[in-house]
Design a protein around this ligand. Sequence first.
Ligand code: DX5
Ligand code: ZN
Length: 223
Amino acid sequence: MESSPQVKLAPSILSADFSRLGEQVAEATKAGADYIHVDVMDGHFVPPITIGAPVVAAIRHWANLPLDVHLMVEAPEHQIGQFVDAGADIITVHIEACPHIRQAVQAIKELGVKAGVALKPGTPIDTLGEVLCSLDLVLVMTVEPGFGGQTFIEAMLDKIARLRAELDEKGLTAELEVDGGINAEVAPKVVKAGARVLVAGAAVFGLGQTVNEALGKLRASLL
Ligand code: DX5
Ligand code: ZN
């Protein structure tokens, strides 16, 4: 029997209680999260405005694990430095927001953090082109970016599988992260398709259960 792959869980604080964000981050850390996923939105690339670098700096000492910063902003190359200074460990930019994606990735790496590129659901994998081999992470959006609590787009399973095949074929070690609508029902399907980092917001910080219970449910769904 095939052994199950190592899967990381990355709770998205977008659905956390912002009035006690530090505690929520600490709860996720204690519950065994692998990354804390931070959704930065600028009101242009996506309609909402969420949080910026000062909030990343504020939660930094509540989490002794990597901060995975997902920039849903126009011209993200101008923002990279402040997020690195704030304590980001992984910075992911959207390919749709970067006319010069190679330079953006290089700029992230030069500042000593890991570089990711995100694709909206309608953006084909091959737009990554030659940049794929220099990435630490590829983020496949499984909902349209902008809002938590949306329904997973099933058609993304095939995209995940094709990207997994390409990474394996080329011997690339970039982490394949999925983001949007991930819950205990969807999690085993995306892992089977090839995802290795699962972002989850509503399923972790939603009402009616503790962060510890919610992360436990997600982990159990993968056994
Ligand atoms: C959406 C964000 C996601 C979001 C996921 O634009 O990138 O990280 O918080 O939330 P859920 O898990 O609720 O779909
Ligand atoms: Zn995200």
